[in-house]
Design a protein around this ligand. Structure first.
Ligand SMILES: [Zn+2]
Length: 176
Protein backbone atom coordinates (compact mmCIF):
# COMPACT_ATOMS: atom_id res chain seq x y z
CA UNK A 1 0.00 0.00 0.00
CA UNK A 2 1.55 3.21 -1.17
CA UNK A 3 0.57 6.74 -0.39
CA UNK A 4 -0.48 8.96 -3.29
CA UNK A 5 3.17 10.00 -3.64
CA UNK A 6 4.15 6.33 -4.16
CA UNK A 7 5.97 6.01 -0.87
CA UNK A 8 4.94 3.19 1.45
CA UNK A 9 2.53 4.45 4.09
CA UNK A 10 4.88 3.12 6.72
CA UNK A 11 8.23 1.44 6.45
CA UNK A 12 8.01 -0.90 9.37
CA UNK A 13 5.93 -2.81 9.60
CA UNK A 14 5.47 -2.31 5.88
CA UNK A 15 2.03 -1.19 4.82
CA UNK A 16 0.66 -4.53 3.82
CA UNK A 17 -3.05 -5.17 3.39
CA UNK A 18 -4.86 -8.50 3.19
CA UNK A 19 -5.79 -9.13 -0.43
CA UNK A 20 -9.52 -8.95 0.34
CA UNK A 21 -9.10 -5.41 1.68
CA UNK A 22 -7.14 -4.46 -1.37
CA UNK A 23 -9.72 -5.79 -3.82
CA UNK A 24 -12.41 -3.97 -1.87
CA UNK A 25 -10.45 -0.72 -2.01
CA UNK A 26 -10.05 -1.14 -5.77
CA UNK A 27 -13.79 -1.55 -6.19
CA UNK A 28 -14.52 1.42 -3.97
CA UNK A 29 -12.25 3.50 -6.14
CA UNK A 30 -9.90 4.43 -3.31
CA UNK A 31 -6.71 3.07 -4.84
CA UNK A 32 -4.94 2.75 -8.16
CA UNK A 33 -3.44 -0.57 -9.13
CA UNK A 34 0.28 -0.13 -9.66
CA UNK A 35 1.31 -3.75 -10.15
CA UNK A 36 -0.23 -7.25 -10.29
CA UNK A 37 0.47 -10.77 -9.15
CA UNK A 38 -0.02 -13.56 -11.70
CA UNK A 39 -2.77 -15.03 -9.57
CA UNK A 40 -6.35 -14.34 -10.59
CA UNK A 41 -9.23 -14.02 -8.14
CA UNK A 42 -12.71 -14.90 -9.32
CA UNK A 43 -16.25 -14.51 -8.19
CA UNK A 44 -19.29 -15.67 -10.13
CA UNK A 45 -19.48 -12.30 -11.88
CA UNK A 46 -15.90 -11.16 -12.36
CA UNK A 47 -12.25 -12.12 -12.51
CA UNK A 48 -9.25 -9.94 -11.84
CA UNK A 49 -5.54 -10.33 -11.43
CA UNK A 50 -4.68 -9.80 -7.81
CA UNK A 51 -3.07 -6.39 -7.24
CA UNK A 52 0.39 -6.63 -5.68
CA UNK A 53 1.01 -2.91 -5.30
CA UNK A 54 -1.66 -0.25 -4.97
CA UNK A 55 -1.45 3.46 -4.31
CA UNK A 56 -3.98 5.66 -2.57
CA UNK A 57 -5.77 8.18 -4.76
CA UNK A 58 -5.66 10.85 -2.10
CA UNK A 59 -2.58 11.68 -0.14
CA UNK A 60 -2.50 10.96 3.59
CA UNK A 61 -0.15 13.30 5.46
CA UNK A 62 2.35 11.40 7.57
CA UNK A 63 1.76 11.47 11.31
CA UNK A 64 3.90 14.09 12.97
CA UNK A 65 4.54 12.06 16.10
CA UNK A 66 4.80 8.28 16.06
CA UNK A 67 2.14 6.41 18.01
CA UNK A 68 3.25 5.21 21.42
CA UNK A 69 2.88 1.47 20.91
CA UNK A 70 4.71 -1.58 22.16
CA UNK A 71 6.02 -2.19 18.69
CA UNK A 72 7.31 1.35 18.20
CA UNK A 73 9.11 1.13 21.54
CA UNK A 74 10.88 -1.99 20.27
CA UNK A 75 11.68 -0.25 17.01
CA UNK A 76 13.09 2.79 18.84
CA UNK A 77 15.26 0.44 20.92
CA UNK A 78 16.24 -1.53 17.80
CA UNK A 79 14.77 -4.77 19.13
CA UNK A 80 17.50 -4.84 21.73
CA UNK A 81 17.09 -5.42 25.44
CA UNK A 82 18.11 -2.15 27.04
CA UNK A 83 19.66 -3.94 30.00
CA UNK A 84 21.76 -6.78 28.56
CA UNK A 85 21.93 -5.63 24.92
CA UNK A 86 20.52 -8.91 23.62
CA UNK A 87 18.85 -8.65 20.24
CA UNK A 88 15.45 -10.33 20.07
CA UNK A 89 12.33 -10.50 17.93
CA UNK A 90 9.21 -8.57 18.91
CA UNK A 91 7.65 -11.80 20.19
CA UNK A 92 10.51 -12.39 22.60
CA UNK A 93 10.75 -8.87 23.95
CA UNK A 94 8.78 -7.36 26.76
CA UNK A 95 8.57 -3.76 27.80
CA UNK A 96 9.83 -2.56 31.10
CA UNK A 97 8.90 0.49 33.16
CA UNK A 98 12.24 2.04 34.18
CA UNK A 99 10.55 3.58 37.20
CA UNK A 100 8.12 0.81 38.15
CA UNK A 101 4.43 1.49 37.89
CA UNK A 102 4.12 0.56 41.55
CA UNK A 103 6.36 3.54 42.33
CA UNK A 104 4.42 5.96 40.21
CA UNK A 105 6.28 5.36 36.92
CA UNK A 106 4.17 6.32 33.93
CA UNK A 107 3.54 4.34 30.77
CA UNK A 108 5.11 6.79 28.34
CA UNK A 109 8.04 7.01 25.92
CA UNK A 110 10.35 8.45 28.58
CA UNK A 111 9.77 5.62 31.04
CA UNK A 112 9.38 2.49 28.94
CA UNK A 113 12.14 0.45 27.33
CA UNK A 114 12.46 -2.86 25.51
CA UNK A 115 13.68 -5.65 27.78
CA UNK A 116 14.19 -9.38 27.38
CA UNK A 117 12.13 -11.53 29.70
CA UNK A 118 15.01 -12.58 32.00
CA UNK A 119 16.06 -8.94 32.53
CA UNK A 120 12.48 -7.86 33.08
CA UNK A 121 12.08 -10.57 35.74
CA UNK A 122 15.43 -9.76 37.32
CA UNK A 123 14.61 -6.08 37.56
CA UNK A 124 11.17 -6.82 38.94
CA UNK A 125 9.64 -3.85 40.71
CA UNK A 126 12.93 -2.23 41.68
CA UNK A 127 14.23 1.23 40.88
CA UNK A 128 17.30 1.31 38.59
CA UNK A 129 19.62 2.43 41.39
CA UNK A 130 18.31 -0.22 43.79
CA UNK A 131 18.99 -3.11 41.39
CA UNK A 132 21.90 -1.60 39.50
CA UNK A 133 20.07 -1.95 36.19
CA UNK A 134 20.02 1.17 34.04
CA UNK A 135 18.83 1.28 30.44
CA UNK A 136 21.67 1.64 27.96
CA UNK A 137 19.94 4.55 26.29
CA UNK A 138 17.84 6.97 28.26
CA UNK A 139 14.30 6.44 26.89
CA UNK A 140 12.97 9.26 24.74
CA UNK A 141 10.04 10.09 22.47
CA UNK A 142 11.35 9.39 18.95
CA UNK A 143 10.47 11.29 15.80
CA UNK A 144 8.91 9.56 12.79
CA UNK A 145 12.23 9.99 11.05
CA UNK A 146 14.16 8.23 13.79
CA UNK A 147 11.77 5.27 13.66
CA UNK A 148 12.01 5.13 9.89
CA UNK A 149 15.79 5.12 10.13
CA UNK A 150 15.60 2.20 12.53
CA UNK A 151 13.03 0.46 10.33
CA UNK A 152 15.49 0.52 7.45
CA UNK A 153 17.60 -2.03 9.28
CA UNK A 154 14.70 -4.48 9.57
CA UNK A 155 13.10 -5.11 6.19
CA UNK A 156 10.38 -7.76 6.14
CA UNK A 157 11.41 -11.29 5.30
CA UNK A 158 9.22 -11.71 2.29
CA UNK A 159 9.22 -9.13 -0.45
CA UNK A 160 7.37 -9.83 -3.65
CA UNK A 161 9.54 -8.64 -6.55
CA UNK A 162 6.87 -6.16 -7.62
CA UNK A 163 7.21 -4.38 -4.26
CA UNK A 164 10.87 -3.76 -4.61
CA UNK A 165 10.74 -0.72 -6.81
CA UNK A 166 8.94 1.11 -4.06
CA UNK A 167 11.23 0.20 -1.19
CA UNK A 168 14.30 2.29 -0.87
CA UNK A 169 16.32 -0.29 1.03
CA UNK A 170 16.21 -2.84 -1.75
CA UNK A 171 19.15 -1.51 -3.73
CA UNK A 172 21.26 -1.39 -0.58
CA UNK A 173 20.48 -4.88 0.62
CA UNK A 174 20.25 -6.82 -2.59
CA UNK A 175 22.59 -5.53 -5.26
CA UNK A 176 22.03 -8.61 -7.44
ZN1 LIG B 1 18.10 -8.49 28.76
Amino acid sequence: MLNADFRPLSYFPLSVWPWQETVKAVFMGRVNIVSHYDRVVRSPSFAMRLPSVVSLKSYIPAARRPAFTRFNVFLRDRFTCQYCNTHASAEDLTFDHVIPKSMGGLTMWENVVAACEPCNLRKGGALPDACGMHPRTRPFAPTVRQLQENGRAYPPNHLHHSWRDFLYWDSELDPA
